[in-house]
Design a protein around this ligand. Structure first.
Ligand code: C2E
Ligand code: CA
Ligand code: CA
Ligand code: CA
Length: 280
């Protein structure tokens, strides 16, 4: 009968989707292995602006994958698979090292001595030797540890004991910690009351709704006050409009990052950006 027919169609549909999913997943995994071998990754840099000094106060590093057939692939399309397969460990170590090398070069060229922020995924953070990996990269590149900021999300708190241990060790070697996508997880308040961090990063989903939703504005102003009560700095990401910037500034937000200032740039472009800003 018709209902049964529709049901089995649904199953067929589901099955073909799953096969498609597995096929694609497998394809991406193989491609990622080749990408690591062939060096198909690059870094993009997005400036962060201090609302207190009105100067560039750092930048975030974002990985890009230049696929030989499919062009540039954004991280949202491959980080999850890299995580699931463990390939993120190699990719992430490459990103960390390249970021530190680049930052050291810029400082030697006389560009501002501001920290560089690098995203660390859950898998990388829980890697048994993550602290050794980071300290040996700092040693190797001779970058001052205080110039490296690690961005982690609340997902790292899945393992409370280990998270606390890693954060304490990273802080003891002098690295800074930023809590990314703040407000989107289930345990934000628990997290900051338990774990040592230096900075909260307000998720762009809240910033997007400035001017549209009172809820988001309320949450933003609360996060800013919370950060200051806890003696943390607070940065908002995804800032695209003057209205958003003005709201954040009026609420006392310390720093902003977003397309309003610059999209993520390749290193040569970012260097030009820094030089121009410094002249002004
Ligand atoms: P994220 O850490 O939350 O990074 C912010 C994302 O927002 C970036 O996307 C950035 O390009 C984008 N963005 C910046 N300003 C604006 C804006 O004004 N408006 C809008 N709509 N978007 C803005 P991207 O580069 O595609 O990265 C996506 C995510 O991939 C990152 O989210 C991060 O979770 C992950 N990711 C990127 N690079 C790395 C990496 O090296 N390692 C790891 N583990 N994850 C990374
Ligand atoms: Ca981030
Ligand atoms: Ca974020
Ligand atoms: Ca995000």
């Amino acid at each position: 009968d018709r209902a049964k027919g529709r049901g089995s169609n649904a199953v067929e549909y589901y099955k073909s989707n799953m096969i498609h999913y597995f096929h694609e997943h497998f394809q991406v995994e193989n491609d990622l292995r080749r990408a690591i071998k062939n060096g198909e990754f690059s870094l993009a840099f997005q400036p962060q602006l201090s609302l207190i000094t009105n100067q560039i106060c750092g930048e975030e590093v974002l990985v890009r994958w230049h696929h030989p057939d499919n062009g540039t692939i954004p991280p949202d399309k491959f980080i999850m698979i890299a995580e699931e397969t463990g390939l993120i460990v190699d990719i992430g170590e490459w990103v960390l090292r390249e970021a530190c090398i680049q930052k050291k070069q810029w400082i030697e060229k006389g560009l501002p001595t501001t920290p560089i922020s690098v995203n660390l995924s859950l898998r990388q953070f829980l890697q048994h030797n993550i602290v050794e990996v980071i300290s040996s990269i700092l040693e190797e590149t001779q970058l001052h540890p205080s110039l490296l900021k690690i961005e982690v999300t609340e997902s790292v708190s899945i393992n409370v004991t280990r998270t606390l241990e890693v954060l304490k060790q990273l802080i003891s070697i002098g690295v800074k910690i930023s809590l990314d996508d703040f407000g989107t997880g289930y345990s934000s308040l628990q997290y900051i009351s338990q774990f040592p961090v230096h900075e909260l990063k307000i998720d762009q989903s809240f910033v997007k709704n400035i001017g549209n939703r009172q809820n988001s504005e309320g949450i933003i102003s609360l996060i800013i006050r919370l950060a200051h009560v806890m003696d943390l700095t607070v940065i908002a990401e995804g800032v695209e409009t003057d209205e958003q910037r003005t709201y954040l500034e009026n609420q006392g937000c310390d720093k902003v990052q977003g397309f309003l200032y610059s999209k993520p740039l390749i290193s040569t472009e970012y260097e030009q950006f820094l030089k121009q800003i410094n002249i002004q």
